[in-house]
Design a protein around this ligand. Structure first.
Ligand code: NAD
Ligand code: LMR
Length: 338
């Protein structure tokens, strides 16, 4: 039985059926790592999403408390908690969307790649569960190093015979959220009116903001370009240092993750014209995975957009990004194959 199950008498099941009758598609969403720094605010925000009818919260610790807490929110989604490896399969059965923020975060002085040794194994185990119990789910992978964990997930799914490149998305939304915020500060605009594509990957120089494609259009000075590129590429480190050993970005990440998850769910519902940046299987460059703008639809990624015209600064950045990305992808693939 799931933790905090209000389902035993069937009452919540009837509530879910009512919601479906009312026209809501009622998507089923699982969060793996739901008791963590990202997981908790993410669970709260997903519980507030009217497109969600069932929310499964899975972690290896503390899910009973988080589930009891979140389940008291008077929103439509029914919340169920799952604790420990033996409940992973129940947590994953029949999900439409699985969001993975499980794994250790950075401390000052570490790179995201320093998390590989612990997080690679966690992601591998969780993806084996997804392949078995929710092979058709859209997967939003947050755990770092994203540049390597997405290739690991792909290998696990390939091995299980369930790999659909359109359904596996590395979440780079926080880079876009940061880019919009920092650019808006420079331009004196509301961040909601700014759109900066950020391509490549999710670590240091692999985070490549395309400032030449900013909307509304603006011609930055070389000094502004240096400042903004550096701040966007090191936004994660800025938070890690400010938290001084207490972890990395959690609240802004939960915000970014729910923005991205909501885009995926609206696309699943059939809404048209949903475009976001994400780290996906790609032919945009010679690398097998790359982040760029993608159009989302009922089947996940429906179109991966080319990068568009780059200026000289961005072309140089792209070469650096590709070099580091190639190594991170290879590291993930060989870990998963060994
Ligand atoms: P955290 O330590 O606060 O929470 C992680 C949670 O994962 C914990 O509750 C832990 O119990 C759980 N966990 C560990 N092993 C697990 C397993 N096998 N199955 C299920 N759950 C497990 O960390 P956090 O701050 O929430 O960060 C989580 C991850 O997200 C880190 O790897 C971090 O680097 C990454 N992150 C990514 C982005 C991004 O933009 N993609 C942004 C911020 C953080
Ligand atoms: C971020 O960009 O905030 C995350 O990748 C966490 C980190 O380690 O910086």
């Amino acid at each position: 039985q799931p933790l905090n199950s209000q389902m035993e008498d069937g009452s919540n099941l009837r509530r879910v059926n009512c919601r479906a009758k009312g026209g809501s598609p009622g998507f089923k969403v699982a969060i793996l790592g739901a008791a963590g720094g990202i997981g908790q605010p993410l669970a709260m925000l997903i519980k507030m999403n009217p497109l969600v009818s069932i929310l499964h919260l899975y972690d290896v610790v503390n899910t009973p408390g988080v589930t009891a807490d979140i389940s008291h929110m008077d929103t439509g989604a029914v919340v169920r908690g799952f604790l420990g490896k033996e409940q992973l399969e129940d947590a994953l059965t029949g999900m439409d969307l699985v969001i993975i923020p499980a794994g250790v975060p950075r401390k000052p002085g570490m790179t995201r790649d320093d998390l590989f040794n612990i997080n690679a194994g966690i992601v591998k185990t969780l993806c084996e569960g997804i392949a078995k119990c929710s092979p058709k789910a859209i997967v939003n992978l947050i755990s770092n190093p994203v540049n390597s964990t997405v290739p690991i997930a792909a290998e696990v799914f390939k091995k299980a015979g369930t790999f659909d490149p359109n359904r596996l998305l590395g979440v780079t939304m926080l880079d876009v959220v940061r880019a919009n915020t920092f650019v808006a500060e420079v331009l004196g605009l509301d961040p909601r009116d700014v759109d900066v594509p950020v391509v490549g990957g999710h670590a240091g120089v692999t985070i490549l903001p395309l400032l030449s494609q900013v909307k509304p259009p603006y011609s930055f000075t070389p000094k502004e370009i240096d400042y903004l590129t550096d701040r966007i590429q090191n936004g994660g480190t800025e938070v890690v240092e400010a938290k001084a050993g207490a972890g990395s970005a959690t609240l802004s990440m939960a915000y970014a993750a729910v923005k991205f998850a909501d885009a995926c769910l609206r696309a699943l519902r059939g809404d048209a014209g949903i475009v976001q940046c994400a780290y996906v299987a790609s032919q945009v460059t010679e690398l097998p995975f790359f982040s760029s703008k993608v159009r989302l639809g009922r089947g996940g990624v429906e179109e991966v957009y080319a990068l568009g015209p780059l200026n000289e600064y961005e072309r140089a950045g792209l070469e650096k990004a590709k070099k580091e990305l190639a190594a991170s992808i290879e590291k993930g693939v060989s870990f998963a194959r060994k």
